[in-house]
Design a protein around this ligand. Structure first.
Ligand SMILES: Nc1ccn([C@@H]2O[C@H](COP(=O)(O)O)[C@@H](O)[C@H]2O)c(=O)n1
Length: 316
């Protein structure tokens, strides 16, 4: 139990230095050495305040690829939703080769700490546009997507069932905001039996003709560095998120930090960043940007432990 003395307000509690109780007792997962925090006491204060408000005030906004899915397994990189389409049932060898070349050119730019988001933005548009054009040329069939997901080795992070189920049981909306391919993403969560009614997805959705053949992508392109626009134009209008002023945000890219920009009158926003790749080069910028940084952690243990604590409130 955290000490609760109602007549003592927040700053006094902090002065009394009782905050590290959360890491020690209530959420011991926060004490793991793979968990980095710039200001541990601020994180604990935020979590405590979110717990006091209860599950009814909470929403979770999460990126998908390499955030809800694993980055690596047994030393091997796991596929993104775009990479899942690299299956001979869907695209030919020449297209697959070209997609890999584009990945080798643009992915290092995406994660380059020496370039600003502004500098990366037009290059990301270039990458996504080229790949989507290639995919359209392949006349991908809608009815083959399920098979491609089955044959891929995409994996949700360990603890995914607990994560999705707890949010569903507590009627906490989960907004998945992905620059990946929405149809593939949905298939991944469906095949893992966690596509509950509280899950909402904003992503790049395919548009199929009446025979079920891919002919374009719907709406405005979402890439890693324009999620703010999607947050303001699409997420902000979601009825299910209204009145939920506490946000738990999960991402693996600095671009993901803008996913909560559409939340009206936010009270507390707690950000968790998965640092999967180029750890040493990116550690400092992640610590300066996310409240909690998880280094090479392929599990959802930390988000799950925070959610367990927040939803333990009687005030649901
Ligand atoms: N052709 C592409 C384009 C992007 N990616 C990766 O997908 C990730 C985007 O999805 P999120 O769910 O994380 O928003 C992004 O990080 C790119 O690296 C790709 O694999 N192929």
């Amino acid at each position: 139990m955290i000490y609760h003395i109602p007549w003592i307000n927040m700053p006094v509690r902090a002065v009394l230095g009782i905050w590290h109780q959360l890491s020690k007792k209530e959420i011991p997962e926060l004490a793991k050495c793979s968990v980095l925090m710039r200001e541990r006491s601020k994180v604990e204060e935020t979590i405590y305040s979110m717990q006091q408000a209860g599950a009814g005030s909470l929403q979770v906004i999460s990126d998908f690829d390499m955030t809800l899915t694993r980055f690596a397994y047994n030393g091997k990189r796991m596929p993104t939703t775009h990479n899942i389409l690299d299956n001979r049932l869907l695209i030919n060898e020449a297209c697959a080769k070209r997609m890999r070349e584009l990945m080798n050119t643009y992915y290092p730019i995406e994660i380059d700490t020496n370039r600003s988001a502004e500098e990366k933005l037009p290059l990301m548009v270039e990458w996504w546009t080229k790949v989507h054009k290639l995919l359209i040329q392949q006349k991908i069939r809608k009815d083959m997507l399920g098979m491609a997901v089955k044959e891929s080795n995409a994996m949700l992070r360990d603890g995914y069932k607990q994560f999705f189920d707890r949010l569903s049981e507590n009627q906490v909306p989960l907004l998945i905001f992905s620059a990946g391919v929405g149809d593939v993403l949905e298939e991944v969560i469906r095949q893992n039996h966690v596509f509950h009614p509280n899950v909402h997805v904003i992503s790049n959705y395919m548009d199929f003709d009446h025979t079920g053949v891919l002919r374009s992508f719907q709406g405005q392109l979402i890439h890693t560095f324009n999620k703010r626009e999607g947050a303001l134009s699409q997420a902000a209008g979601l009825r299910q998120l209204k009145g939920r002023s506490n946000v738990l945000l999960l991402g693996d890219s600095l671009g993901d930090l803008t996913m909560a920009d559409g939340v009206s009158e936010p009270k507390n926003i707690l950000t968790i960043g998965f640092l999967n790749d180029q750890v040493e080069e990116r550690k400092e910028s992640y610590i300066n940007s996310f409240d909690i940084v998880l280094v090479n952690d392929e599990t959802l243990d930390v988000p799950n432990s925070i959610l367990r604590y927040i939803t333990s409130s009687r005030n649901k």
